[in-house]
Ligand binder design. Sequence first.
Ligand SMILES: C[S@@+](CC[C@H](N)C(=O)[O-])C[C@H]1O[C@@H](n2cnc3c(N)ncnc32)[C@H](O)[C@@H]1O
Length: 163
Amino acid sequence: MQSVSIRPPSRLPLRLRAVAEAVPAAARSVADVGAGDGQLARCLAARGLLVVATERRPASYERLCTALPHFDCRQGEGLEVLRPGEVEGAVLAGLGGHSIARILDASPAVARALDWLVLQPQQHPDQLVAWLEPAGYLVRAMSTAAQGRHSYTVLLVTGHERP
Ligand SMILES: C[S@@+](CC[C@H](N)C(=O)[O-])C[C@H]1O[C@@H](n2cnc3c(N)ncnc32)[C@H](O)[C@@H]1O
């Protein structure tokens, strides 16, 4: 857990900046699923959020723990490392659209208990958007972030029944 003061990364890439901006201003806790090198997790913690940072494979999990020594880091597949209601929201950034859909589909109890999700599909954003509505999600906001020659879609999503 973050019991020490966390310094934000000095320069968050534009893609991750757009993801961080999509996280609701009043958010208190978040899971960063597939946190990679931990840059986004560090930024969100510096904003005051309680952050659970996850990675799937042992080697990437070890790197994440090294990058985020005072964080709650967990190793495992998608949302399986979380208990329902444990965090308010989740970020899935830099994964493919199909992988994001598979992760949400595989853990319905955890996914349904989330107040919001910020999704940044690296590939197949249109397929992910088409999947979300019939799967019970509403896209509340969509933006694009340009970085280099690439344009990235960032989605703020809630369940249908959320106000
Ligand atoms: C391209 S990186 C993105 C890292 C970071 N989220 C970002 O946006 O910069 C994707 C990360 O997700 C992790 N990942 C892929 N599938 C996953 C899964 N099912 N559960 C947890 N992590 C996963 C990979 O190990 C990798 O570190």
